[in-house]
Design a protein around this ligand. Structure first.
Ligand code: ADE
Length: 380
C-alpha cells in the first residue's frame, strides 16, 4: 500500500539540481523580489505540456515578446495567438490560455488567483499546471505531477503504476505533500522543479541514466532492475486511420480555405476542403461536375501535391493532396456555394461551408494552418 511509502531525503537531489539545472528562459528570477513571474511560469508550463523544452524555447521567446504580460495577451485576437502557436500542436492549449487570460484580466488585481486551488478550473489549468504555477511562483507546497514526475516517483518506490493513470497521480500527490511537510527547510517549488528536471534529464522513459542519478542509492526500481519498464504502459487503443484528400482549390491566385470549429481537434485553425478517401479519375470527374454550375466557362486543371501521414495522439491522417485550379472563369465563384456543392464528397474533418473564404498567400501567412498541411502549402 502506498500509505506506508516515504520519499527519500531530498538533499542529494537538491545538490544535483543546483549544479545541473538548465538555464531555461522561464527560470529567470526577478532580482528585486527573488521570485518568478507567475505569468511567465504559466505560459511555459502550458507550452511544455507534451512538448520538449528545446522545441518550446523559440515559441516561448516569440510569445513573451509579443505578449509580455497578462493584459497584452488578454487583448489579443485568437487568430494572432493561434498563428504564434502554429507548429507547436495541441491547439486547445492556446485557445484555453487566451480564454483564461481574458477571465483573469477581467478581475481586480487583488482578486486574481494565486493559489493552486484557485488556479485550478481556469481553462486549460488542471492539477499539474495549477501546482506548478503556485509552487514555482509563490512557493506554495502544491504537488505538480506531470508524466516526468510520475515516472521518477514510480521508480523510486518501484510501484506498478500505469502511465497517465489518475489514481497513480493522486498517490504521487499525497506522497509529495508528506515530503514537503517532512523537509520544511526545502522550498516546495525547488523540490518540484528538481524532480521535473531529473525526469527530463536522467530518469528517462526507456534508458534511464541510473549511474548518474542523485537518487540511485534510494531507488527501489534500480535495485529490482525494473526501472526501464516503469511506469507500466497504458492499455493502448489502436489509432483510427483517416484517409483523405486535401483539395487545394485555386482561383486567380487565391486559395479556398475553411475555418475549423472553435473546439476539438485543431480547433480554430484554417485548412482546405478534405475529400473523404483518395482521389481517382472517376472522383475527379464527379467533383468537376459538381463545381461546373458555379464556375461559368471554367477549365479545371488538376495537379498532385504529394502525400503525407500525420500522427496525432489518438488518430492518424493519411493525406493525398491535389490542387485544382479553376481557370478561365473571370468572376470569383462564391466560396461557400462552391464548398457546399462538394458536400457529398467531403470528410467529416472538413469544416462547414459557411466558413469558406478565398485567401491570398499574404492573407494565409497571417493565419494558422495545421502542420499536416504546411508541406502542401509550400508546394502551391
Ligand atoms: N517541463 C515542465 N515544466 C518544466 C520546467 N519548469 N522546466 C523544464 N521542463 C519542464
Amino acid at each position: 500500500m502506498t500509505s506506508t511509502l516515504r520519499l527519500p531525503d531530498p538533499g542529494p537531489l537538491l545538490d544535483w539540481f543546483a549544479g545541473a539545472a538548465r538555464d531555461l528562459p522561464w527560470r529567470t528570477v526577478d532580482p528585486l523580489t527573488g521570485r518568478r513571474d507567475p505569468y511567465r511560469v504559466w505560459i511555459s508550463e502550458i507550452m511544455l505540456q507534451q512538448t520538449r523544452a528545446a522545441a518550446v524555447i523559440p515559441y516561448y521567446e516569440r510569445f513573451l515578446e509579443r505578449y509580455p504580460d497578462l493584459d497584452s495577451l488578454a487583448a489579443a485576437p485568437e487568430d494572432e495567438v493561434l498563428k504564434l502557436w502554429e507548429g507547436l500542436g495541441y491547439y486547445s492549449r492556446a485557445r484555453n490560455l487566451l480564454a483564461a487570460a481574458r477571465r483573469v484580466a477581467a478581475l481586480p488585481a487583488d482578486a486574481r488567483p494565486r493559489t493552486a486551488a484557485s488556479l485550478r478550473g481556469l481553462p486549460g489549468i488542471g492539477p499539474y499546471t495549477a501546482g506548478a504555477i503556485a509552487s514555482l511562483s509563490y512557493d506554495e507546497a502544491a504537488p505538480a505531477v506531470d508524466g516526468n514526475v510520475l515516472r521518477v516517483l514510480c521508480r523510486l518506490l518501484d510501484q506498478d503504476w500505469q502511465r497517465g493513470d489518475s489514481a497513480a497521480r493522486r498517490h504521487a500527490e499525497t506522497l509529495l505533500a508528506a515530503w514537503y511537510a517532512a523537509y520544511p527547510a526545502a522550498s516546495p517549488g525547488r523540490l518540484n522543479e528538481a524532480l521535473i528536471e531529473l525526469g527530463a534529464r536522467l530518469c528517462l522513459p526507456r534508458r534511464p541514466f541510473c549511474g548518474d542519478c542523485p537518487f540511485a542509492a534510494a531507488c527501489a526500481a534500480r535495485r529490482s532492475g525494473r526501472a526501464p519498464g516503469l511506469p507500466l504502459p497504458p492499455a493502448r487503443r489502436p489509432r483510427p486511420l483517416e484517409l483523405m484528400a486535401p483539395l487545394f482549390l485555386l482561383h486567380g491566385g487565391a486559395l479556398l480555405c475553411l475555418r475549423r470549429p472553435p473546439a476539438g481537434l485543431l480547433g480554430g485553425l484554417w485548412q482546405v476542403p478534405f475529400v473523404d478517401g483518395l482521389l481517382h479519375p472517376g472522383r475527379r470527374a464527379a467533383i468537376e461536375a459538381a463545381l461546373e454550375p458555379h464556375c461559368a466557362d471554367a477549365r479545371f486543371i488538376w495537379q498532385p501535391l504529394g502525400s503525407h501521414r500525420h500522427v496525432f495522439s489518438h488518430l492518424e491522417w493519411e493525406l493525398g493532396a491535389e490542387s485544382l485550379t479553376i481557370s478561365g472563369s473571370s468572376a470569383s465563384p462564391d466560396p461557400a456555394v462552391l464548398t457546399a456543392s462538394l458536400e457529398a464528397f467531403l470528410s467529416t474533418q472538413s469544416p462547414p461551408p459557411d466558413t469558406a473564404l478565398w485567401l491570398t498567400a499574404a492573407e494565409r501567412h497571417e493565419l494558422a494552418f495545421p502542420a499536416a498541411l504546411h508541406g502542401f502549402l509550400a508546394r502551391l
